[in-house]
Design a protein around this ligand. Sequence first.
Ligand SMILES: C[S@@+](CC[C@H](N)C(=O)[O-])C[C@H]1O[C@@H](n2cnc3c(N)ncnc32)[C@H](O)[C@@H]1O
Length: 149
Amino acid sequence: MCELEGDRNKWAEKERNLRGTIKCVLKCDVHKSNPLDPVVLPPADCLVSLLCLEAACKDHSSYRAALRNINSLLKPGGHLVLSGDLGTSFYMVGPKKFSCLPLTEEFLREALSAMSFTVDTVEVVSQADVAQHDICDFSGMYFIVARKN
Ligand SMILES: C[S@@+](CC[C@H](N)C(=O)[O-])C[C@H]1O[C@@H](n2cnc3c(N)ncnc32)[C@H](O)[C@@H]1O
């Protein structure tokens, strides 16, 4: 078996395990004070949000409001894992163009601190170190782990 095939099998197995642990899929609107409305869940230990808030929010104030809304899903001491693109103003899905809120690391740190999160780690990968493509105008990617106080 070649190395690539081994990696593929490993990822396929991880995906099977992940799918096996999903109990249900719910609709989510980060602009609602309870994003899962009408469903109410007990506060979670950990919340993962990937490439979502910058696509859903038109400006910094709606981003802060959305962050407050998803924060309500998390228990005190719980972790927020936030990841996405920096500096993106658009992304393509096939021929369709979607607008996106360009973010900076400084804004993200400040918005999380203002929400009383403790930012545990921030990793930024510059666009030059990620595979080149023309489906969005990102300048980099961010990976943040923050703790709710
Ligand atoms: C760039 S896509 C990323 C999709 C996926 N998270 C991923 O990483 O591949 C942006 C996503 O944000 C979702 N989205 C847009 N507005 C939203 C909102 N108000 N609440 C929750 N999700 C929203 C879209 O449905 C879309 O799936």
